[in-house]
Design a protein around this ligand. Structure first.
Ligand code: CTP
Ligand code: MG
Length: 170
């Protein structure tokens, strides 16, 4: 699907398995302060971005930052896996309460592409964990249309690689 023009300011919630391209997408479109990332906050309160022991505190901070920004009407991108229905519901209610357009962006990329990107990362997610995330993400994508978001964007990222350039005419 092509990317529609998204409202700004807005509350933008990302959804997708690890390696589906959420943070890359956000970084290309939003200012760093607008993107609130659970990985980054694990790195702040924990020993690093992958310190799962720091998840509870990282998510508490994330919720506080998101609430503070949304209350002020500031564009906020929630960069987490986004797979938990209760958390999504909470963000949706928050955005509505403060009159911000609510946007969900799902990264429904081919599982093989996710696995391939994951495999070459510094700290790959274990294969069974990624497989579970991919299954959950697939079912979440189907549920999003019924959740009440103002905009649902599903990015598939399965465009064929660009054709090789024509050899220069001699
Ligand atoms: N990547 C890519 N091309 C894209 C998107 C991502 O090559 N169109 C690469 C990134 O450079 C990165 C990896 O794929 O090395 C994962 O992308 P990232 O945006 O970090 O994925 P996330 O969904 O944010 O993964 P996580 O949930 O683990 O944060
Ligand atoms: Mg990320």
């Amino acid at each position: 699907m092509t990317e529609q023009r998204l409202p700004d300011p807005a509350l933008v919630v990302l959804v997708g398995a690890s390696g589906s391209g959420k943070s890359t997408w956000a970084e290309q479109r939003y200012r760093a302060a607008e993107v609130v990332s659970s990985d980054a906050l694990r790195g702040v309160v924990g020993s690093g971005r992958h310190d799962l022991d720091a998840s509870t505190e990282a998510f508490a901070l994330l919720d506080q930052i998101v609430a503070g920004r949304v209350r002020r009407g500031l564009t906020t991108v929630v960069d987490t896996l986004g797979l938990d229905a209760d958390r999504r519901r909470g963000y949706l209610d928050l955005g509505r309460r403060h009159g911000l357009p609510t946007v969900v962006v799902a990264f429904d990329v081919p599982p093989a592409l996710c696995r391939q990107r994951n495999a070459v990362r510094d700290r790959p997610v274990p294969a069974p964990v990624l497989a579970q995330q991919l299954r959950t993400a697939r079912s979440v994508v189907d549920a999003l249309a019924g959740e009440g978001w103002d905009h649902v964007v599903v990015l598939t990222d399965d465009a064929p690689a660009p054709a090789a350039p024509e050899p220069a005419a001699t």
